[in-house]
Design a binder for this molecule. Structure first.
Ligand code: 8YV
Length: 320
């Protein structure tokens, strides 16, 4: 009997032809909703968007690998996986460019008021002058990066042609990137104080949860724009909503939220100084396919008795 592999990120994300290839080695089943029964038999799961913790793993006695469909693995308790002798994999490298592209799309979209301009063109152009969607120059602005990992670096690369001054703060100093892409290291305080645009690129960790809250918005320029394509809980959403309502800061462009899907009643979604997208940073046909293939590669290697290639950094030296 072939080992059972579950896919819980849907056919749009994990195309059937990728599943078919894996089907040479395994019995691949797409699951959604409650899949406790299938999980009990499963040797591998692809997707892993659900909270993978001790209680999840207790219900999966045959599991050997969780291949998270994404680079962020804040939903996966890696320590628990290691204890249960389960490989935790993810999809690094393949989505950095798509996320950096969306970061810039959000910056440009907010600064040039693209959503309002679109609506104005369809409904009001030629009828009135009032409300003509003037935006702001990008050139000459200070663009601050909170976090300069793979995605942040791709975003700085794209910033080189825009005539912005780029600065960053991270717990890890990136001198190579500083010289290569002209981005200067500053303290967290200076980043907050001087950024015209502050773009968040840190992973969600206990140390980064709520890293931007009321105290931090207080220090920022009243003209500042906050951009987030990392994880919602990195920003205290209630404090952000207050800062935007009181015009403590000028705006936000957000792809991620504290709760997803963001409830349609959420106050933040009703503010007109906010540009929002539904967590689409990696959602291009090409990137999502590469992510699927990366997950499949990890699972395939595991099923062939090899160490999976894309384990998370905490399991770098672990072999089961
Ligand atoms: C999601 C992401 O994984 O890579 C990440 O960490 O946030 C995304 O690519 C994707 O939306 C599928 O859940």
């Amino acid at each position: 009997m072939k080992p059972k592999v579950l896919v819980n990120c849907g056919k749009l994300n994990f195309p059937e032809d990728v599943a078919e290839k894996l089907g040479q080695l395994a019995d691949v089943t797409y699951v959604q909703g409650d899949y406790k029964r299938e999980l009990h038999e499963a040797r591998a799961i692809i997707g892993g968007g659900d909270l993978v913790n001790d209680s999840y793993l207790n219900g999966a006695p045959n599991l050997g690998i969780v291949a998270r469909f994404g680079v962020g693995y804040d939903t996966v308790d890696v320590e628990a996986c290691t204890r249960h002798r389960v490989y935790a994999c993810h999809t690094p490298y393949v989505l950095s460019e798509a996320v950096a592209d969306l970061t810039w799309a959000l910056i440009l979209g907010w600064m040039r008021r693209i959503p309002e301009a679109d609506s104005y063109t369809r409904k009001e152009w030629g009828k009135k002058q009032r409300g003509f969607p003037f935006g702001w120059d990008i050139r000459g602005k200070t663009l601050g990066f909170l976090g300069l990992g793979r995605i942040g670096v791709e975003a700085t690369k794209r910033g080189m042609g825009f005539g912005v001054k780029m600065i960053y703060y991270d717990v890890i100093r990136r001198q190579d990137v500083e010289t290569q892409y002209g981005v200067a290291y500053v303290s967290f305080e200076e980043l907050l104080r001087t950024s015209d645009i502050l773009s968040v690129h840190v992973p969600l960790l206990p140390t980064t949860k709520g890293i931007l809250g009321a105290k931090q918005f207080e220090v920022m320029k009243p003209t500042a724009l906050v951009v987030n394509t990392s994880r919602g809980p990195v920003i205290d959403q209630k404090a952000l909503t207050e800062a935007l309502k009181s015009k403590r800061i000028a705006g936000a462009a957000l792809d991620v939220f504290e709760v997803e899907p963001a409830p349609l009643t959420e106050e933040l979604l009703k503010l007109d100084n906010v540009l929002v997208t539904p967590h689409i940073a990696s959602a291009t046909w090409e990137t999502r396919r590469r992510m699927a293939e990366r997950c499949a590669e990890s699972v395939k290697a595991f099923l062939e008795g090899k160490r999976p290639p894309f384990t998370v950094p905490e399991q770098k030296n672990v072999t089961f």
